[in-house]
Design a binder for this molecule. Structure first.
Ligand code: ATP
Ligand code: MG
Length: 383
């Protein structure tokens, strides 16, 4: 219920529906045999109905004193939260009051145990309970605060906001895979620029992207034109329902450290290509310690960067091959963004813009795209 009731009350279309129930995941499975039971830290049932994914969670309760297997704390951090309880108890262990509203499907009434309805009306974001304790329990809540501010236009109430910069360092202890998920939600769902502004204001960006150059102010990073433009373009693409990918996002996020490191390596005698290659490895290896980046994305991120070195080679015959590569388009778009920052790149952009004229570029989704496509066009299948 949480997020979906909140979104409905704000007049936004919820992207998914979360259901809370007194039934255990196993009992849910008895009713919906084709549902999937997922999660360890937090067990849930995923039910598919009419093309929608519905997350069904059993009411959670407080841990019994002395602790037990289903509720594990480590230094104030929740490792597992599977003690079942009542609806009211469940409301209390949600994160923000506006996320703790329940819509009773039978009576149609809203159940509000924490004052979330009023907070929503006031556009106020308030953690339930003592903010410091609740952030320590699960530091991802720090990022969720920034995300809800960006997404919903709510403003953290004083204590909820004040604790964030102080606790930013806790992000270090969150499993990188969870942070990757959160980065996607922050930056690839249509409010990426606003998310970045919120992260900056709360001093969270440095802990999320430790390789970025420090900005002015604690916990802030310096945000260059290329990154800003990328975030704005990404938001625009989401509005237009065009695909967006973490590969391009990370290429833009980490470009400055890659470019600077590659510059150093070139000075010490590396070729531009080898320099970018080495710098790419370093940047990705360091970022994945904080946020995972699944290989299918980081491989593309690397290709986008490597292409930047290859764009520089426009003499001879070999440059033409680049046009037929699978990631040419992404690399070229990236080059255009770089030129916004560095006007000296404009002639190179023009070269590659001209080079594409009269060339049949591979379409996304085409299989077996490689440089041989030029010589042996694939035969069209008859329908
Ligand atoms: P959205 O789906 O728009 O990203 P949401 O609020 O629905 O936002 P979900 O991650 O789908 O977020 O979680 C559903 C609900 O589960 C939340 O509304 C909240 O009540 C609860 N919840 C999610 N994550 C946490 C957390 N880290 N701590 C406490 N409660 C949480
Ligand atoms: Mg949700």
């Amino acid at each position: 219920m949480g997020g979906s009731v909140r979104d409905l009350l704000l007049g936004k279309a919820p992207k998914d529906f979360d259901v809370a129930t007194s039934a255990t995941p196993e009992e849910v499975q008895d009713v919906f045999p084709r549902c999937r039971l997922i999660g360890r830290r937090f067990r849930l049932a995923h039910v598919r109905k009419a093309g929608h994914l519905i997350e069904v969670a059993t009411f959670r309760g407080q841990a019994t004193p002395g602790g037990d297997d289903d509720h594990e704390l480590d230094n104030g951090r929740i490792l597992r939260d599977n003690v079942f309880g009542s609806l009211e108890e469940d409301a209390l262990r949600r994160d923000f009051t506006i996320n703790a509203l329940f819509l009773d499907p039978v009576s149609g009434e809203i159940r509000d145990y924490v004052g979330g309805y009023q907070d929503l009306a006031d556009r106020s974001l308030r953690l339930i309970g003592d903010p410091e304790v609740r952030y320590r329990e699960d530091p991802v809540r720090l990022l969720r605060a920034a995300r809800f501010e960006a997404k919903l236009g709510v403003e953290p109430e004083e204590k909820t906001g004040a604790a964030i910069p102080k606790l930013a360092g806790l992000l270090k202890d969150v499993p990188p895979a969870r942070l990757f998920e959160e980065v996607n939600k922050l930056f690839l769902t249509g409010h990426g620029m606003r998310s970045m502004e919120a992260l900056q204001r709360f001093g969270l960006s440095q802990d999320l992207f430790p390789a970025l150059p420090k900005g002015s102010g604690k916990g802030k990073v310096r945000i260059g034109i290329l990154l800003r433009k990328t975030l704005e373009n990404t938001d625009k693409r989401v509005r237009e329902s065009l695909p967006v990918t973490p590969a391009f996002l990370f290429a833009a996020l980490l470009w400055e450290p890659v470019r600077d490191r590659a510059g150093e390596l070139e000075k010490s005698g590396e070729s531009p290509y080898m320099a970018i290659m080495a710098a790419s490895e370093e940047a990705i290896a360091s970022q994945v310690k904080r946020t995972a980046i699944p290989r299918r994305y980081s491989a593309v991120t690397r290709q986008i960067w490597l292409m930047q070195a290859r764009f520089g080679k426009t003499r001879g015959k070999r440059w033409k091959r680049l046009l037929y590569e699978q990631r040419f388009r992404a690399g070229y778009d990236f080059l255009l963004l770089r030129a916004e920052e560095d006007p000296e790149l404009e002639p190179l952009c023009e070269f590659w813009t001209e080079a594409q004229k009269g060339v049949q570029l591979p379409r996304p989704g085409d299989r077996n795209r490689n440089r041989n496509d030029r010589r042996r066009p694939r035969k069209r299948r008859r329908a």
